[in-house]
Design a protein around this ligand. Structure first.
Ligand SMILES: C[S@@+](CC[C@H](N)C(=O)[O-])C[C@H]1O[C@@H](n2cnc3c(N)ncnc32)[C@H](O)[C@@H]1O
Length: 315
């Protein structure tokens, strides 16, 4: 890992076990209340060994704070959602550099269609016809292992078999993984932005790591609030792998920049949020074409324009 990409930092962690419904409410609350560059929800997943997805199934939520927060203020905020459990859950600390290094070592390569995502320790798994992406995630999201990222990579693979986009946008790029996977295949620059400046720095690093220093046209801003992204009718492919709440809010902006017949790939939403998110986009003339589910997370492929197509059953 490049020196300086990941500052040696001690982060504070609060790990809560709760139901799916409460976990969803927590992520929405945290997204609204805290500065996302100071707070990250790193794990929002079914507890180990749980295979049935339901609102009452136990979920694990890990909340990371870049600076040690006022513990009582955080407990007061979370208590209305998770109840008294928050009073007995201790805040712990983790050295982020050690934690990231350890977690990367155990990661296996991920295949999604033609793309293989791997780390420095796994370069030998790449085959001749693979589109290989090497990722150093540091503190950004997007190694390919999460169901939302792999869902987007699979949706991209299917979309590229039909049409190659000329101008693409990745909202919430994280490590830059989706934008790099696309840029490598279409051999064109992809506009990619994130609200988190650290993620954008990590994306630039990953572009260099993949010998494609100019593949990404990066910006730091929430949503599409940057001149590089805010270009009406410009993009024939847009990715947004963010949570359900921001996805609903972004519907008018994404609809404005997506070209007619353009493809939209959305993820970061739970199966139970598909109807609400799809409806927000339908109001702007963007229709659901297909959806897939991975570990409870949905990935939607949508199209702008024309009549509402008949929906295929989830894969
Ligand atoms: C789930 S990660 C997705 C990363 C990567 N695109 C992937 O598919 O693995 C979501 C990313 O969106 C960013 N993000 C969250 N809210 C955002 C917003 N309103 N505007 C832009 N980026 C946002 C986060 O900082 C994070 O890097």
């Amino acid at each position: 890992m490049r020196e300086g990409l990941l500052p040696a930092t001690v982060a504070t962690v609060l790990e809560l076990s709760t139901s799916g419904e409460k976990a969803r409410a927590l992520t929405e609350l945290l997204g609204e209340i805290f500065d996302p560059t100071e707070t990250a929800i790193s794990a929002f997943e079914l507890e180990e060994g749980v295979t049935t997805l339901s609102l009452n199934a136990p979920w694990k939520v890990e909340i990371y704070f870049a600076n040690h927060p006022d513990e009582e203020a955080v407990r007061d905020l979370l208590r209305p959602i998770v109840g008294d459990a928050v009073d007995t859950t201790p805040f712990t600390t983790v050295n982020t550099r050690d934690w990231v290094a350890t977690s990367l070592e155990g990661l296996k390569p991920v295949r999604a269609g033609r793309v293989i995502v791997h780390g420095a320790h796994d370069r030998d798994v790449v085959r001749v016809n693979d589109v290989a992406i090497e990722i150093e995630a540091a503190l950004a999201f997007g190694t390919g292992h999460h169901g939302t990222t792999s869902g987007c990579l699979m949706a991209l693979d299917a979309a590229l078999k039909k049409r190659r986009p000329r101008h693409a946008l990745d909202v919430g790029t994280g490590t830059g993984i989706l934008a790099l996977a696309l840029a490598k295949q279409i051999k064109r620059k992809v506009v990619a932005g994130d609200i988190d400046a650290v993620a954008v720095e990590v994306s630039a690093h990953n572009a260099r790591l993949n010998h494609a220093p100019n593949a990404l046209d990066l910006y730091v801003a929430p949503g599409l609030r940057h001149a590089k992204a805010n270009r009406p009718g410009r993009f024939d492919l847009v990715f947004a792998n963010i949570l359900a709440g921001p996805l609903r809010q972004l519907a008018p902006s994404i609809a404005r920049v997506l070209s007619r017949d353009g493809t939209l790939i959305l993820s970061g939403l739970l199966a139970m949020d598909v109807a609400g998110v799809a409806s927000a986009y339908r109001h702007h003339g963007i229709y659901l074409v297909s959806q897939s589910l991975r570990e409870g997370w949905a990935t939607l492929v949508m199209k702008k324009g024309g009549a509402a197509p008949r929906l295929r059953r989830p894969a």
